[in-house]
Design a protein around this ligand. Sequence first.
Ligand code: SF4
Length: 151
Amino acid sequence: MDQSENRDKKSTDPLYTLSVVSRLTNTPTHSIRQYIDKGLILPFKTKSNRHLFSDVDVSRLKCIRKHLDEQGLNIAGINALFALVPCWIMKPCSVENRKNCDAYSDVTKPCWQASNKGPECRNTDCRLCPVYKLPEKCVNLKDFMKELTNT
Ligand code: SF4
């Protein structure tokens, strides 16, 4: 395993409890629970039903706070923003399979919340996917799309 794979693995490891993440992100625990309920973050769930959070989840939470506090978005708005990420290009999935994937057409929520996913995603752990990890640095989506589409 090379260094970048190591880093990648580390960043998605479930490391922090809810109270630690609350401190790290300056976010009340009840708000974090709300973001989980609304599907904005996907923390790891232990056998005893406790949530554990990775570095990726922490970055995602900070990004969510930024959208809420600085850009005046609400949770529905953030979901709609994340829904714009072209997962079908990033994954990628075939044109044929896109037709059978709710994430391809849904504009209200991110792809990992889709109830009917295409075959490329059906048995995938979304926590490890580049699409879920994208807001790690709270990217400017417009710049990201330009880069992705080379325009
Ligand atoms: S694996 Fe999950 S996060 Fe990645 S594109 Fe598929 S549904 Fe989205």
